[in-house]
Design a protein around this ligand. Structure first.
Ligand SMILES: [Zn+2]
Ligand SMILES: [Zn+2]
Length: 353
């Protein structure tokens, strides 16, 4: 058991004073949480700022006044509960955390579908206090050790920023020979999804609204980058790259904006994976198109611990290089949100307590 006496009784957090603009994010003091017997106490070293956080702050999601948001967490295990098996494996370890702590015992968990578990401590920032804080509780069920040469800021984005794309590509069975269209490819999720799809052997057509993203996306392995294209242009490029009848897989990362174009680019039997939801809105799904082409539509949630473990291995082996992060001190969370909202951050914004 590490020196629990070095853990203070109170900690600095940034909480929501209400919902709305970035200025509702205010510094506050809270008691340090007590991990249960089967839990870990993690000293937060970095917490990523996700698009999800912006929605939560605006009041679109479950967070309310008083919530401490933040689910992209890396840190150091500073206390291990008495019921944790093999405490030596965790004590003092640097870890990245999956956004949800599952219960580990319900039918979903025992079937391996921990993202569906609703009986555990739950999702950081919604069901339990999140990572805009100096400490969070965690569990061997949602923590994965990270190598020494992966810095804290990088560690914080491995689950949500990278693992989400890996899970989505796997949901669609993406593999060698597939032509994959990625919408919102220039965003935090998108750049990693492009690199991961390439790593899985697919040919990638990246869609983005930003001409500045073309060069980086080509470097990540996209075979083509199309700037705000119409459906005909996407289909043409997909055909030139081997998808004569259309794309095998579309990874839809934007929500509404690129949906219609993405849908029309699919081949018969194509697989559409809905992942991103940056502008929550209903989508124009043409049933005729889905029926005639016998399309498969998947939803894909966050990474689970197994996905995160695979991401750590991919990073360790050099197969995937996570994008650089720009850091802000925790108490400047409002400034970080403001910069992200103004699209002033190339790479990921990360808060450091
Ligand atoms: Zn996230
Ligand atoms: Zn469960």
């Amino acid at each position: 058991m590490p020196s629990a006496d070095t853990v203070p009784t109170t900690m600095r957090v940034v909480e929501l004073a209400g919902t709305g603009g970035p200025d509702v994010l205010v510094p506050a003091t809270r008691p340090v949480p007590h991990p249960a017997a089967d839990q870990l106490l993690v000293r937060v070293r970095a917490c990523g700022v996700c698009g999800h956080d912006l929605l939560a702050r605006r009041g679109v999601l479950a967070a309310t006044a008083g919530s401490v948001i933040g689910h992209e967490i890396a840190g150091e295990v500073v206390a291990v509960g008495s019921g944790v098996r093999d405490p030596g494996a965790w004590s003092g370890r640097r870890v990245a955390l999956v956004q949800r702590i599952p219960c580990g015992a319900c039918p979903d968990c025992t079937a391996g579908s921990t993202t569906h578990c609703r009986l555990g401590p739950g999702f950081y920032g919604e069901d339990l206090p999140g990572g805009y804080a100096e400490y969070v509780v965690a569990s061997p069920l949602n923590a994965v050790p990270i190598p020494d040469d992966v810095d804290d800021a990088t560690g914080s984005i491995l689950s949500c920023g990278v693992g989400t794309g890996l899970r989505a590509l796997r949901r669609a069975g993406t593999g060698p020979g597939d032509v994959v269209v990625v919408t919102g490819a220039g965003g935090g999720l998108g750049v990693h999804a492009v690199a991961l799809a390439r790593h899985l052997g697919a040919t990638v057509v990246a869609l983005t609204g930003s001409p500045a993203k073309e060069e980086p996306l080509l470097r990540l392995g996209a075979a083509a980058v199309l700037i705000a294209p119409d459906a005909a242009r996407v289909r043409r490029r997909v055909a030139e790259l081997g998808g004569r009848r259309g794309a095998d897989v579309v990874l839809e990362l934007t929500g509404a904006p690129a949906f219609a174009v993405a849908l029309r680019s699919l081949a018969p039997g194509g697989r559409l994976v809905l992942v991103g939801n940056t502008e929550p809105a209903l989508l124009p799904l043409d049933p005729g198109l889905a029926i005639v082409k016998e399309l498969c539509v998947y939803g894909s949630a966050h990474a689970d611990r197994s996905d995160l473990g695979d991401v750590v291995d991919l990073v360790r082996s050099g197969a995937i290089t996570p994008m650089a992060a720009r850091t802000w001190p925790l108490h400047e969370a409002a400034l970080a949100h403001d910069a992200v909202e103004r699209r002033q951050v190339a790479g990921r914004a990360v808060l450091v307590p």
